[in-house]
Write a protein that binds this ligand. Structure first.
Ligand code: 9YT
Length: 134
């Protein structure tokens, strides 16, 4: 069994701060754990408004706290996000995420992240990103 603790992980290189200033994510479970998915606790900063397109991954995002919206760009639909909302990018949907109040999200990625991923110019993660050092 694997047991980890968020406050401890936040003090380690599992905590990734996005250079775009929109979010940070502490990656509690990664590819090296061989579970077939990764699991992260992500903070979307107040006022963030940014586009993503996970061409190489599927992602589920569950809102623990905060308030915002997600917009799917293919059809312009906007979905409010509040605690208890989950959105599931089952079609590699290009989307915009907006935080009206800082949001804490639990995120699951398939395939699992290596550890050091940040968004590329298209808002995707590369499959060959660097792993964190154990
Ligand atoms: C919700 C979302 O996709 N935020 C960007 C960060 C990502 N969830 C991650 O790397 O944990």
């Amino acid at each position: 069994m694997i047991v980890r603790n968020l406050p401890e992980a936040n003090q380690s290189d599992r905590r990734i701060v996005s250079p775009d200033g929109n979010w940070e994510s502490t990656r509690l479970l990664l590819k090296e754990d061989q579970m077939g998915f990764s699991f992260h606790i992500t903070t979307i900063y107040d006022g963030a408004d940014f586009q993503m397109h996970y061409q190489n991954h599927l992602e589920s995002v569950y809102c623990i706290s905060g308030e915002g919206e997600v917009e799917t760009l293919a059809d312009g639909k906007k979905y409010p996000i509040k605690p208890g909302t989950v959105y599931i990018l089952d079609k590699h949907d290009k989307h915009v995420l907006r935080a009206f109040k800082e949001m804490t999200m639990a995120c699951v990625f398939n395939p699992p992240l290596n550890g050091k991923e940040v968004h590329n110019a298209e808002g995707a993660y590369e499959l060959d990103a660097e792993a964190i050092t154990p």
